[in-house]
Design a protein around this ligand. Structure first.
Ligand code: PRX
Length: 571
């Protein structure tokens, strides 16, 4: 099979010899890059911030922050002091100790980053929440994790449940805050806080961050990552992001999602990089102007964003100077070959696809700067990671056979557990030490992996992972809805959109107004990105004899595909 490929890019790169490195590489050697190799004292925030503040990077800009009201920069020395202050506030007024869960629920701002790093310095486990979550989604996460503290803003406060016994303190980041026993004015306390702190040293396997993510059944699950993940964050920021000392790096993901922490916080800062964070909503003009204004050299984004930029046309690109770009990367959904070709045309840059997931904590399969890209492929396994295609019994399949994409256990950033659900955690693994990603793919004879789809019903919409069960559960809470089945429907820009099939209760009429009302109901209950874009009313939904909605059949109806085996379907 002849596949078009884009040649290796010239220049100095961190992983110049992939083949050789695969043979000789050992994760243990990376440990030598960290201070705990000699001191035995571990803390991610120390390695990502404080350590650099003690070196030539002291006055280097660690964080550039911009939104429509603010344009600020902070050096490593500033970051050290400001995260110390945040830690002192959380400790002094929130009683935070090692292992406590601290949730951060606010739009991107420098304070968000100070709070995350501050909580980590206390040995707390950070639960970052995407600002679009509505009360139901916030409640599920706080309740499951037994969060002690939430840091939020006055605007988002009404979505924070007040009846959770374990939630002791609510820190509000805003102006004119009225304090009470439980509500604390973060900014006021922060201004007066001590900038010195005694860091809480932890074990490598102690909790760091808890990211809730969706599966095809059940409520979102809390994926727990530990400090040890820094080994892989560091090494992949070097190899895959290819960060060099002088780079200006921009990751467009929000820290509510794993890309926004692993590669929006940890990776770049572990390497002592200059990290650009942009608040506010997406628009082609703002995005291109960010690249121009900051002189972004390394840019990590997602297929939906690239497709939206592509949709905005090539004329607008000409208004901006994007010549600073050196390395462009993508993650989260399949990156279409057309997008890669568009990237070559408008940026004269290859877009490097990377593959991983919340549970894996860090990149696994990637297109490195030093290798030819086959547009449409996710790339090859990074050195130190063994990926394969296996059948349902865990037997490896030969090239070009489609099967389960599986990873051999033992990469440093792998999740530690699923919070409160060891059984779920164990269900990811199969005999032979394979971790099952839930994705299907094939590998070609050169070791490149080609994504084919999800094995389960998980929906990827605009790069965000949505569990159909969560949406269905919310839908049936609406008084008009008797039954609901939810699927992902292919969409040229968003990858997939959420489509719901709904059977109404007696006495309700199937009108467009009702559709909109139901949509708004999910939007207000869960989050805007979880609300179905399309709703179809049906008299009855296809179900198994045991009463489970058959999403597979719904999908076949929608896409005009064969419905397959219907022997388990009720009459
Ligand atoms: O289906 C795969 C898809 O996103 C899933 C993981 O989603 P999440 O945990 O939200 O993490 C996203 C960012 C790390 C995967 O199981 N996915 C991720 N990257 C790619 C991808 N699908 C195709 N190509 C990719 N590069």
């Amino acid at each position: 099979m002849k596949i078009e490929s884009l040649p290796v890019i010239e220049g100095k790169h961190n992983l110049a010899n992939y083949e050789e490195t695969c043979k000789s590489f050992d994760w243990k050697d990376v440990e030598k890059e960290f201070s705990w190799h000699t001191t035995g004292l571990v803390n991610m925030a120390y390695e990502a911030v404080d350590r650099h503040a003690e070196t030539f990077r002291k006055n280097k800009v660690a964080l550039y922050y911009k939104d429509k009201n603010r344009n600020e920069k902070y050096t490593y020395k500033d970051m050290k002091e400001l995260s110390n202050k945040a830690a002192n506030v959380l400790k002094g007024y929130g009683d935070i100790e090692k292992g406590d869960r601290v949730f951060i629920f606010m739009p991107r701002s420098p304070e968000l980053y100070f709070a995350v790093l501050g909580a980590i310095k206390l040995g707390a486990i950070v639960g970052p929440l995407f600002e679009a979550f509505m009360e139901g989604a916030v409640r599920d996460r706080l309740e499951d994790s037994g969060a002690k503290v939430i840091v939020t803003t006055p605007e988002l406060l009404e979505r924070v449940p007040k009846d959770l016994p374990e939630l002791k303190y609510i820190f509000l980041v805003g102006d004119g805050i009225e304090e009470d026993d439980r509500t604390i004015d973060f900014k006021k306390k922060f201004e007066n806080a001590d900038k010195n702190l005694k860091i809480e040293w932890v074990d490598r396997q102690d909790g760091l961050i808890l990211h809730y993510t969706s599966g095809s059944t059940g409520k979102p699950k809390g994926v727990l990552h530990v400090h040890n993940a820094m080994i892989q964050h560091y090494q992949t920021a070097k190899w895959v992001l290819d960060l060099q000392e002088e780079d200006i790096y921009w990751c467009t993901a929000d820290p509510g999602w794993v890309t926004g922490t692993s590669y929006g916080i940890f990776g770049p800062w572990l390497l002592g990089g200059s990290n650009v964070i942009v608040g506010g909503r997406f628009s082609p003009e703002t995005w291109y102007s960010v690249i121009e204004e900051f002189g972004i050299t390394v840019w990590y984004s997602a297929p939906t964003a690239f497709r939206m930029l592509m949709g905005a046309g090539n004329e607008i690109v000409k208004k901006y100077d994007l010549s600073s770009l050196r390395h462009v990367l993508s993650v989260g959904e399949p990156l279409n070959p057309e997008v890669v070709k568009w990237g070559m045309k408008v940026f004269n840059k290859r877009i490097h696809d990377t593959y991983w997931m919340t549970e894996t904590g860090a990149q696994l399969i990637c297109n490195f700067p030093c290798m030819p890209i086959k547009p449409g492929s996710m790339g090859k396994a990074i050195p130190g990671v063994t990926a394969a295609i296996v059948d349902d019994r865990g037997e490896e399949l030969p090239p070009y056979r489609m099967g389960n994409l599986a990873i051999q256990k033992g990469w440093p950033a792998m999740m530690h557990t699923i919070w409160n659900n060891r059984e779920k955690y164990e269900s990811y693994f199969m005999p032979g030490g394979w971790y099952l990603t839930g994705d299907s793919a094939y590998m070609d004879e050169d070791g490149y992996f080609w994504f084919q789809g999800r094995v389960d019903d998980v929906i990827m919409t605009s790069g965000e992972r949505v569990g159909p069960f969560e949406v269905e559960s919310k839908l049936v809470e609406h008084p008009a809805v008797a039954e609901a089945g939810v699927i992902g429907k292919p969409d040229p820009v968003r990858g997939e959109i959420i489509k719901a099939f709904v059977a109404l209760r007696d006495g309700y009429e199937a009108t467009d107004e009702l559709k909109e009302e139901i949509r708004q109901f999910v939007k207000k209950g869960l989050a805007a990105h979880a609300a179905p874009r399309e709703i179809d009313f049906r008299d009855k939904l296809p179900k198994t004899r045991s009463g489970k909605i058959m999403r597979r059949v719904l999908k076949a109806w929608e896409l005009d595909l064969p419905t397959g085996d219907l022997s388990t379907m009720e009459d």
